[in-house]
Design a protein. Sequence first.
Lengths: 226, 106
Amino acid sequence: MSDISTTGAVLAEGMPGIVDDWSADKEAFQVPWGKAMMWIFLLSDTFIFSCFLTSYMNVRMSTTVPWPNPSEVFALTIFGNHMPLILIAIMTFILISSSGTMAMAVNFGYRKDRVKTAVLMLATAAFGVSFVGMQAFEWTKLIEEGVRPWGNPMGAAQFGSCFFMITGFHGLHVSAGVIYLSIVAFKVYRGDYDKSNNYEAVEIAGLYWHFVDLVWVFIFAFFYLW
Amino acid sequence: MEATAEGQQHPISIYLKIWLLLFVLSTLSYLVDVMGFESYLRWGLILLFMFLKAGFIIAIFMHMAWERLALAYAILCPPLCLLVLIGLMAIEAEYTFLTRLLFFSQ
């Protein structure tokens, strides 16, 4: 079960492995640099989203006006049935499905299956587009109902600013991800990674996309369900 | 299969299983709202399903389970600092809330 370094040496496991990797006069992370950099970018992004969610917690705890009930605010009536939070649930399933197709794309990438990788990545991007579309619908609906960053008819004024800031920043990440995935999918289809015989770029794009899904898990729990 | 410098190669079935599991967990967390659970039961279940989903995404989809500990610790430990921020902001919010109660009741 021992890992192999980029230079071909057998690496130690567990705590001795950490000490070896960090203390030796060599690279600390035994992964391609692009992957390490993406992880560090995602770490910094984690802090940004955490600041948003923490400030949301702060204003929600400190307001003396009742917080609007998200279950009701995001309810829809479909075919005469009143369904609480249904749009958000659908958006959650769409994003999870996109994460699934992305994971498959990474897998087919390492099997050097050019066409399947490109198709799965485009499917992921398509899920992403439908997610952003639903978010646009949700924003339109709330704006029509009078929700503004400085106030709303349902309760605490801070609801609007938290909603637009958090979901807006997440939607921006999804949109950027769609563009990013489309570019990488195009390069896959064109055969760029067959020439270099290296599909690492697909996994790195996948890391970004899974992170977008990961952030949604926290937004779904703290903003919509709490 | 083993993770090497060549890249992450794993059987496709593991991704399909995790995909299904994430669907089940999302349905369960949605049901928490539909069933109308309240208070600590609600928050506990929301957090449980949230951490399970986040854990599976990071460990399997993002391959962290197969990365070396030097990378895993470098990425997963720094966010623990956020607990301090959350704690401080919760105390601050509580103070603001009590101050507002005093001020607005006058």
